[in-house]
Ligand binder design. Structure first.
Ligand code: FES
Length: 68
């Protein structure tokens, strides 16, 4: 699908995505602009658990593979 992870790969952006969208890693961590973050539905519990392990977590962090 056209999640941020897929779009990043399409444009050769260096975003890892080790588990390919199964919410089992945090290598697809992205930090979003606040305006964009606010438009999205809240992360679910699985995503929040993985985000807690992400390096450099911020208030507008998401897992790229979960943002469509
Ligand atoms: Fe692993 Fe997104 S690619 S959680």
């Amino acid at each position: 699908g056209d999640d941020i992870l897929a779009i990043a790969h399409e444009y050769d952006v260096d975003l890892e995505g080790a588990c390919e969208g199964s919410v089992a890693c945090s290598t697809c961590h992205v930090i979003l602009p606040e305006e964009f973050y606010d438009l999205l539905p809240e992360p679910d519990d699985d995503e929040n658990d993985m985000l807690d392990m992400a390096f450099g977590l911020t208030d507008t962090s998401r897992l790229g593979c979960q943002v469509k």
